[in-house]
Design a protein around this ligand. Structure first.
Ligand SMILES: Cc1cc2nc3c(=O)[nH]c(=O)nc-3n(C[C@H](O)[C@H](O)[C@H](O)COP(=O)(O)OP(=O)(O)OC[C@H]3O[C@@H](n4cnc5c(N)ncnc54)[C@H](O)[C@@H]3O)c2cc1C
Length: 380
C-alpha cells in the first residue's frame, strides 16, 4: 500500500526539525556527559506542542495522530536520543492511549492539560525485578480496603520514575489468575509510600530518567482504578501498538543520526591522501546503512498508518516495525563507529553516543524476542 505524508505532516516535520536542531542538538553532548535531566528543553518542547503531542485537542493538546507524532519522534531522536527520550516521556503514547481508552473522564480532565504544558510528567510502571517480559508474573499487589486500594511491591527500569507526578502502576488484584488478574492504577507520586531511586549506571540515554520504584502501603482512592479490575493486561495489550511504533520511530531517528555522522566524518577524514569516503568499502557501508534506514522508515510509517486506520493487523505490524527498526538502529550505529575508526570510540564525536543510546531500543517496550512472539502469534 503506498504511503505519503500530508502537507500538514510535512509542515510538522519542518517545525520539529527546526526545534530539534536549535534546542536539542547544541546541548546534546553536555547533557549526556553530565547526566542532565533536560527540564529546560522539555518546557520549550511543550511550548511548541511537541510534549504529550497525542493528547486530544479538547484537553488542550495538539491531538496528533500516530503518524504525525511519529514524524516528530523521528526528528527529535535524530537530534539526540537521550533528550528526546525525556521529551517523549512527558506522557508516552501508551499512557495517553490507556487513559483515553479506559480511564475515567476526571483522569483526562485532571492530567491531560498538565501533560500538554509539561507542568506534570507521567510514567508507567510495569516491569519488576523478577518479572519483565513475563508480565503475568507481576508480584506487586493491590488490595481493596473499603473505598481505597493499598499497593505494595517493587518496580524497576521505570522511565521518569523520579521525575513523574503521576504513574500508571500495574498490579495484581487476583492472586490466582496470572495475566488475567492484573489491574492498572493511576497513582500521584506525592502519595505516601511512593519512593523512587534513580538508576545511575546505565549505558546510554543519560539525559533521561530511569528509576527503581518501591510502593510501601501506598493508598489510592478506589476511583483511581483505570478501566476494569483484573482486565489491566488486556487494556495494555490494546494500547501497546502506538507505543511500539513510537519506539520504531525513535530507532529510525537514531539510525539517521548515526548515518549523518558517518557521512560527515567520511567526507572530512583523509587517509592515503584522499577522503575515506572515496574507498569502496566505506561507500558500500554507507549505502547499506542508508538502505537499512529507509527500509526501517517505510515499515514504521506503514505501521503508524495501520494504527491510525484502526486496522486489525496494527498490533502485528507495529511489532514488526519495532523489531526491524530497533535492530537496524543498533547495526547502523555500530557501522558509524567503525567508519570513525578510533574517533568513534571517544566522546569527541557523537557516534559513540548513538551506539550506546541505540542499544536500549531492542529492549524496552518489549524485547525483540517478545516482538517475534507477537508477530508469530498473529500469523499462526
Ligand atoms: C532504558 C529502559 C527504559 C525502560 N522503561 C520502562 C518503563 O518506563 N516502564 C516499565 O515498566 N519498564 C521499562 N523498561 C523495562 C523493559 O520493558 C524490560 O527491560 C523488558 O521488558 C525486558 O524485561 P527484563 O529486563 O526483565 O528482561 P527479561 O524478561 O528477563 O528477558 C531477558 C532475556 O530473555 C528473553 N526472553 C524472556 N522471555 C522470553 C520468551 N518468552 N521468549 C523468548 N525470549 C524471552 C528476553 O527477550 C531477553 O533477551 C525499560 C527498560 C530500559 C532498558
Amino acid at each position: 500500500m503506498p504511503f505519503t505524508l500530508t502537507d500538514e505532516q510535512h509542515a510538522i516535520r519542518r517545525a520539529a526539525r527546526d526545534f530539534a536542531e536549535n534546542e536539542i542538538a547544541p546541548v546534546a553532548r553536555e547533557y549526556d556527559e553530565n547526566f542532565t535531566y533536560p527540564r529546560d528543553v522539555i518546557e520549550t518542547a511543550a511550548q511548541h506542542d511537541f510534549a504529550a503531542r497525542t493528547v486530544p485537542a479538547e484537553y488542550g493538546g495538539a491531538g496528533m495522530d500516530v503518524t504525525s507524532s511519529v514524524v516528530v519522534t523521528e526528528e527529535l531522536w535524530r537530534a539526540d536520543p537521550g533528550i528526546a527520550n525525556a521529551i517523549d516521556g512527558v506522557a508516552f503514547a501508551t499512557n495517553v492511549s490507556l487513559l483515553e481508552r479506559y480511564g475515567d473522564e476526571w483522569m483526562r480532565e485532571e492530567w491531560f492539560p498538565k501533560f500538554v504544558s509539561a507542568d506534570a510528567l507521567a510514567a508507567i510502571a510495569i516491569s519488576e525485578p523478577g518479572h519483565g517480559s513475563d508480565i503475568g508474573g507481576i508480584e506487586t499487589r493491590a488490595e481493596q480496603d473499603g473505598d481505597e486500594w493499598v499497593l505494595n511491591g517493587a518496580k524497576t527500569w521505570i522511565s521518569n520514575g523520579t521525575k513523574a507526578d503521576v504513574v500508571i502502576v500495574v498490579a495484581k488484584t487476583d492472586s490466582g489468575e496470572g495475566h488475567r488478574g492484573l489491574s492498572c492504577f493511576l497513582v500521584p507520586t506525592e502519595t505516601d509510600g511512593y519512593e523512587a531511586e534513580r538508576i545511575e549506571n546505565k549505558l546510554g540515554l543519560h539525559a533521561s530518567d530511569l528509576a527503581d520504584v518501591h510502593l510501601d502501603d501506598m493508598t489510592v482512592p478506589a476511583a483511581n482504578l483505570v478501566g476494569e479490575e483484573n482486565r489491566g493486561f488486556y487494556h495494555l495489550m490494546d494500547v501497546l501498538a502506538p507505543g511500539r511504533v513510537e519506539v520504531a520511530a525513535q530507532a529510525v531517528g537514531t539510525a539517521q543520526a548515526a548515518l549523518d555522522a558517518a557521512i560527515s566524518y567520511a567526507t572530512q577524514r583523509e587517509q592515503f591522501n584522499r577522503p575515506i569516503s572515496e574507498f569502496q568499502a566505506i561507500r558500500h557501508s554507507i549505502a547499506e546503512m542508508e538502505t537499512a534506514v529507509e527500509a526501517a522508515r517505510s515499515l514504521t510509517y506503514r505501521a503508524a498508518a495501520r494504527c491510525d486506520e484502526g486496522a486489525n493487523d496494527a498490533t502485528r505490524i507495529a511489532s514488526a516495525a519495532k523489531l526491524f527498526a530497533s535492530e537496524r538502529a543498533v547495526e547502523v550505529a555500530d557501522d558509524a563507529v567503525q567508519i570513525h575508526g578510533g574517533a568513534g570510540y571517544v566522546t569527541d564525536f557523537p557516534a559513540e553516543r548513538y551506539y550506546r543510546d541505540a542499544r536500549a531500543l531492542p529492549i524496552f517496550e518489549g524485547t525483540s524476542e517478545i516482538q517475534k512472539n507477537v508477530i508469530a502469534k498473529g500469523l499462526l
